[in-house]
Design a protein around this ligand. Structure first.
Ligand SMILES: [Zn+2]
Length: 182
C-alpha cells in the first residue's frame, strides 16, 4: 500500500474516534515506519514481522502497565499504528519472518456479473507466496488515488466536522516545533 495511505487512513480513523489529536499526529509516522525495511533489502519482512509489530510493542505495553501507567495510552496508539500497517499490507506480508521466509497474503474482492441477470459475488484468496523484492513503491498509486477521492467526498459530506478537524490538526502541527524544542 502507498506510504501516504498508510499515514492518512489510520490517522483519520483515530481522529474519528476522537483520540487526543496531538498524540495521534505525533505518533502517525509510526504507521509508515515498517516500510523502512526496504532500505535493508528486506521489504515486507524485517519491519513487517510479528517481532516489531506485536512482540516489541507488547513488551513495552506490559512494562508500561507495571511501571509507567501514564505511557499506556501512548503505547496503545503506537501499537494501533504499527498493526494498521500490516493489515493494510495484507496483499503480502512475511509476518513470521525470519522463521518463515514466505509472505502471507489475503486478497479480497467483489465481483459484479451482468451477463445472466445481475449477480454480486465475493472472492477471497489467501495463501503463501515467495518473498518478493518490492524495493520500489509509488507514493500514490491509482488505488491510493481512489481512496483519496473517497476521502475528499467524505470530507465534502461532513464539511463542518472536516473543517474542525483540519483546524485542530493545523494548530497541533503549528505547535510541533515548540514541543520538540522543550
Ligand atoms: Zn509496508
Amino acid at each position: 500500500m502507498d506510504p501516504l495511505m498508510h499515514l492518512v487512513l489510520p490517522l483519520l480513523f483515530l481522529l474519528a474516534l476522537k483520540v487526543d489529536t496531538r498524540r495521534a499526529v505525533l505518533l502517525a509516522p509510526l504507521a509508515v515506519l515498517p516500510d523502512l525495511d526496504a532500505l535493508f533489502g528486506l521489504h515486507r519482512a524485517l519491519g513487517h514481522s510479528f517481532i516489531p509489530i506485536v512482540l516489541m510493542p507488547m513488551a513495552v505495553l506490559i512494562y508500561s502497565r507495571l511501571k509507567r501507567p501514564d505511557w499506556v495510552p501512548v503505547v496503545l496508539i503506537a501499537q494501533f499504528y504499527l498493526a494498521s500497517h500490516v493489515i493494510l499490507d495484507m496483499g503480502g506480508v512475511a509476518f513470521l519472518w525470519p522463521f518463515v521466509q514466505e509472505q502471507f497474503y489475503l486478497d479480497l474482492g467483489v465481483t459484479f456479473t451482468a451477463s445472466d441477470g445481475f449477480d454480486i459475488g465475493f472472492t477471497a484468496d489467501w495463501g503463501m507466496k515467495e518473498l518478493q523484492d518490492m524495493g520500489t513503491t509509488s507514493i500514490l498509486s491509482d488505488y491510493g488515488f481512489a481512496l483519496l477521492f473517497l476521502g475528499v467526498l467524505t470530507a465534502a459530506v461532513f464539511r463542518k466536522e472536516f473543517v474542525d478537524g483540519v483546524r485542530k490538526l493545523w494548530s497541533v502541527t503549528k505547535s510541533l516545533p515548540g514541543m520538540l524544542r522543550r
